[in-house]
Ligand binder design. Structure first.
Ligand code: ADP
Ligand code: TRP
Length: 368
């Protein structure tokens, strides 16, 4: 048989071989990380915008970390992330300027100590992008009263009595919607209690788009099931406002007190116990490896481990789990200029995006 050389066929075969090789390299060295890399490099142009905020209204606790902050930090490699300290929102409960300033700086240090990398995300203070309040007003003009009246946070405040009932608290979800929409966010990682607020943001984006034409992306909450509601020391959801917290950066003696305040029943060391209702176990299970989790579980079910022993184990595991972060947090106390610079730089990046959105919005509604 005679072999005829054809340049077209040759080039075609070369291309197919190259494509196969590329596919092999991607597959052999881990699909996900390579694809993420390609996504991040913009080759496939589907980089998602990830946004979240946290109020500087107290010290971060295990619920905040596991339910939200850990995801924020993990996701910094998975998209275009913007995270901020929600000081405008904190005004609804905090009425001391010096304290708010201090708590804002502290929360910035907490995030950085926990591993937030300012080279990967825009990290800033909410009020350094004042455009968000302008958007909040515009959204207020289209937000149905009924939608806001159904918000859990508002209903809770009302149930607790008149003190919390301010217009600021009522409009809290609208400001949060402005936060989310102004940055054209795709994904909002939060704990379960914020799900409804993200849904309100999505609703308001839809309403605005239907009145003024396609303007906002429709955001989605991202909630990790296993840590959607981390229990507090009394068994209710852990929350700053319930006084049932375990604070991740508390001095060791305070941390120990908080751990030992966990409610348990009166079963003795040798009594079998139900892991599903044992709070120290439920918290331990969230921070230890699977193997250790199973060991504690078996010991509980069979009897042989007491609550004091379990709480000591939790206390020690917490010190170990947050050991590096606690050290770094201490170091950051002497690097306040660095922290300020990070926030300033983050605000610059965020404000650029916010201004672009506001320009479009102002034109659409007729303000400019
Ligand atoms: P708190 O209820 O203590 O005031 P925040 O409202 O400041 O907490 O919440 C900050 C973030 O932490 C939110 O995304 C929220 O959903 C999450 N979060 C707070 N408490 C918990 C919890 N117990 N379990 C899971 N996530 C939580
Ligand atoms: N309301 C949120 C909380 O209490 C904080 C917050 C404000 C937020 N604006 C946001 C969270 C936008 C996500 C997106 O935790």
């Amino acid at each position: 048989m005679r072999y005829i050389f054809s340049p077209t066929v040759f080039l075609y075969r070369l291309l197919v071989t190259e494509l196969l090789c590329l596919l092999l390299v991607i597959m052999s060295s881990g699909w996900v990380s390579n694809l993420t890399f390609l996504f991040k490099k913009g080759i496939f142009m589907v980089v998602k915008r990830i946004l979240s905020g946290m109020q500087p209204s107290g010290n971060p606790h295990l619920g905040n970390y596991l339910g939200a902050m850990r995801q924020h930090i993990e996701m910094q490699d998975k998209g275009d992330c913007l995270y901020f300290i929600a000081n405008y929102h904190a005004l609804t409960t905090l009425r001391d300027g010096a304290v708010l300033r201090e708590k804002t700086r502290e929360l910035a240090m907490d995030y950085l100590a926990l591993g937030l990398d300012p080279n990967k995300v825009a990290f800033f203070v909410q009020s350094d992008v004042p455009e968000v309040t302008e958007l909040a007003w515009i959204l207020d003009t289209i937000a149905p009263m009924g939608l806001l009246e159904r918000a859990h946070a508002w209903k809770d405040a009302k149930a607790k009595g008149k003190k919390g009932e301010t217009a600021g608290l009522f409009n809290y979800p609208v400001l949060m919607a402005a936060d989310i929409l102004i940055y054209q966010s795709d994904i909002v990682p939060v704990g379960q209690d914020q799900k409804q607020h993200v849904e309100i943001a999505r609703d308001l984006a839809g309403t605005f788009n239907s009145i003024y034409g396609e303007t906002f992306k429709l955001p989605k909450p991202f909630i990790k099931k296993e840590v959607a509601v981390v229990p507090g020391t009394d068994g209710q959801k852990m929350s700053k406002s319930y006084g049932n917290v375990i604070e991740i950066f508390a001095p060791a003696d305070v941390l120990k007190k908080q751990v030992f305040a966990i409610k348990t029943d009166s079963k003795g060391v040798n009594d079998p116990k139900d892991p599903a209702t044992c709070i120290p176990y439920l918290l331990l299970a969230l921070i230890v490896e699977e193997k250790e989790k199973l060991e504690f579980r078996t010991q509980l079910e069979e009897g042989g481990i007491g609550y004091a022993q379990l709480k000591t184990a939790l206390f020690e595991k917490l010190l170990e789990y947050f050991g590096k972060a606690r050290e770094k947090r201490f170091e950051l106390e002497n690097k306040l200029d660095f922290v300020e610079d990070v926030l300033k730089e983050g605000a610059k990046k965020a404000r650029k995006v916010a201004k672009e959105t506001m320009e479009t919005v102002a034109k659409k509604v007729g303000l400019r």
